[in-house]
Structure formats: C-alpha cells, structure tokens
Design a protein around this ligand. Structure first.
Ligand code: KG4
Ligand code: ZN
Length: 343
C-alpha cells in the first residue's frame, strides 16, 4: 500500500510517499522562508500563491525520489486542517484533482494527528499508551495517546504557542525569522540563568500553558537593556535569549512529566517544529530517565511540517476505511476532539 501525503497547511509545500505505513520512499519539503523573511512572519496570501507555484513540482519530485509513477499510488492523503484556509485549499484541490483523475481514494488528514503519529516514521517508536507534546508555531498541546485514532487532549496553550514565542522573541531581539533555530544557536553561547524570566505553570494541577506573559517580560527587559549601558555590559543578548529558552524548556519539561505521571505511562514523545530544539530534547531525557520514562522524538525533518507524516496518517485512516468524500472542505480550526467525535 503506497500513499502520497500532501501538506500545505502553513508556509511549507510538502509531499511525502510512504509504503506499508512506515517506509518513507520520499519526503520533499519546499520551504517558503525566503518569501516570508522580509515580513518577519508568514503572510497568508503569499503562502497560498507560493503553494500554487510549488505544489506540482514538489509532488513530481517526490514521485521521482520514490522512483514510482502516479499509477503506483494506492491513496492520496491531504491535510484538511487546521491551518491557513487559502493555503489548505491549494493542497486539498490538487489532491482532489489527482484522486479523481487517477480514480484513487482521497484521505482527509488532521494535521495535529499527523504530528502525533510522526514518530511512527521512525524505527524506534513508543508502545501505546504514551503522552505526546506537539509543540510548533501554531500549537502547544499535550495528548494521551491510547492507539491509532484514539487521543485525549490533556492540556494546551491558552494564548501563544511555544514556537510563536520563539519567533516573537527572535524578532524583537533582531535575530530574524524563523526564530527557533536562531535562538537555539545563540543560546549555546549564552548563560541560561542570567535573567530570571517568569514561568507560567498556571495552577499546580493544570496541564495548560501560557507564553504571552513571558514574551512581554522579554520585551520589557530588552527595552531596559537597550537603555542601560551598565546592564548591557553585564548581560549579553545571547544571555537574554538563553534565559528565555530556559524558561520555555522548564515549563514544557515540567508539564510533560506531570502528564506522564498522571496518566501512568512509561513513554513520552515530542513532535512539531520546537521538538527540533536540542536543549528541550536533552532536558526532557535527563529529567525523564531517572523516573523510568523513555523519551522519543522524530528526526528534525519529521518534526517540522512534512508530507511523510500526512501519508503515514492517511495510511492508518485508510486501514480503518476512513475515505473522504469529494465534497470534503478545509477547516481553519480542527481540534483533535472533533476528529474523535467523527469516528
Ligand atoms: O511544525 P512547524 O514546522 O510548523 C508549524 O506547524 O508551526 O514549526 C515551526 C515552529 C516555528 O515557530 C519555529 O521557530 C520553531 O518551530 N522551531 C524551533 C526550532 N526549530 C523550529 N523552536 C525552537 N528551537 C528550534 N530548534
Ligand atoms: Zn505543524
């Protein structure tokens, strides 16, 4: 069973081809960073236009990598949400066209489920049940994962996503866009305990997150730092962003551990763009290890948005006979609870 997976939910045009539900034959990602960079963030209209320009060559390249033809595909999986409506429409209508012309099943995929299942693209993946933290530019959520298609939301951000905080702090500190990679790099030569930024744990029992207060605290500190030469002589910009990163990582690790203990699981996994962060990976492994909890995370190319995770998720939906109607539409909001109530 060979499935093509297409994702155009945000600013990457991606196509992946997965055989047998776990063997990646191709994973082609066309990044739009250069297009959005001058604007300091994703411009939805530009993202849609770029997807229109790139979707055909990206899918063609994936087929070439996999060394197969269109006729070898058994199903066409595509992200229908959540994401930017104009961007999602490009992928969905292209996928509908392919499915119709090739007379193959169309499979509608929830992008959040795909991030959770991305770990199954790796040979080493956790046994069920496990706790998943999906942490990206748009989402910061904790799930209890009992099986393929069986997820319970345990907590989520009440305001900014962690990746959004990375991007905003990178922007105000002049480190550019996208912010996560730049901040991680700068933090390597910064002192992570030089500024004590707030950590929003909410109530003791809460598994929700909040990062907007932290972003404001960094912004206020940077203003003071620019105006006070004695402060800037004592603390470097890299110290500030390292302290910011430490604050985000502390909260993420704390909540993942609290969720794992509450649900009594022996495995946790990280997914989404922020899961590329080596400091986060390392801190979680160091904290979870002594408690007998094993940490899993996919390689970076499977953490950020990619077509392979859409193909893999499409495979599992197909196996459950979950084929989409040609009238299926995109969904800007598509919480995982909706996915559960549909099945
Ligand atoms: O999953 P993704 O590619 O797209 C979304 O669905 O949002 O995640 C992108 C986010 C951006 O906010 C980016 O700054 C963040 O992931 N990111 C990182 C790192 N690499 C990417 N954040 C922290 N450290 C990184 N190394
Ligand atoms: Zn994503």
């Amino acid at each position: 069973m060979i499935v093509l997976g297409i994702d155009t939910s945000c600013d990457d045009t991606s196509a992946g081809i997965v055989a047998g539900g776990n063997q990646t034959l191709a994973n082609v990602i066309h990044s739009q960073v250069a297009v959005h960079h001058p604007h300091g963030g994703v411009v939805p209209e530009l993202a849609s236009r770029e997807h229109v320009r790139n979707i055909v060559p990206v899918v063609d390249e994936a087929l070439k990598h996999a060394d197969i033809g269109m006729a070898d595909l058994d199903g066409i999986a595509v992200t229908v949400g959540p994401g930017l409506v104009g961007a999602l429409l490009v992928g969905l209508y292209y996928a509908k066209g392919l499915a119709y012309v090739l007379d193959k099943p169309l499979i509608a995929v929830n992008h959040l489920e795909a991030h959770i299942l991305s770990i199954f693209l790796e040979a080493e993946h956790p046994p069920f049940p496990f706790v998943a933290l999906t942490v990206s530019g748009g989402h910061t959520s904790l799930y209890y994962v009992e099986d393929f298609g069986c997820y319970t939301l345990l907590g989520q951000t009440l305001d900014d996503a962690a990746g959004e905080a990375f991007d905003k702090v990178a922007k105000i500190s002049g480190m550019g866009y996208p912010g996560g990679v730049a901040i991680e790099k700068a933090s390597r030569t910064g002192r992570h305990d030089s500024v004590k930024f707030p950590r929003a744990y909410m109530s003791k029992s809460s598994l929700d997150f909040s990062f907007s207060g932290l972003k404001t605290a960094v912004s206020l500190f940077l203003k003071k730092w620019c105006e006070d030469p004695s402060l800037s002589a004592e603390i470097s910009l890299n110290d500030i962003v390292a302290s910011f990163q430490e604050s985000v990582v502390d909260v993420l690790v704390d909540k993942v551990m609290a969720a794992a203990k509450r649900m009594g699981v022996a495995s946790v996994m990280l997914a989404g763009g922020v899961a590329c962060n080596n400091h986060l990976r390392q801190c979680l492994v160091e904290t979870a290890g002594p408690d007998g909890i094993r940490v899993y995370y996919p390689r970076p190319a499977y953490c950020t948005d990619n077509g392979a995770m859409i193909a893999l998720t499409g495979y599992h939906r197909f196996m459950r006979n979950d084929i989409a109607h040609m009238a299926v539409d995109v969904r800007a909001r598509y919480p995982i609870q909706d996915l559960m109530s549909e099945s």
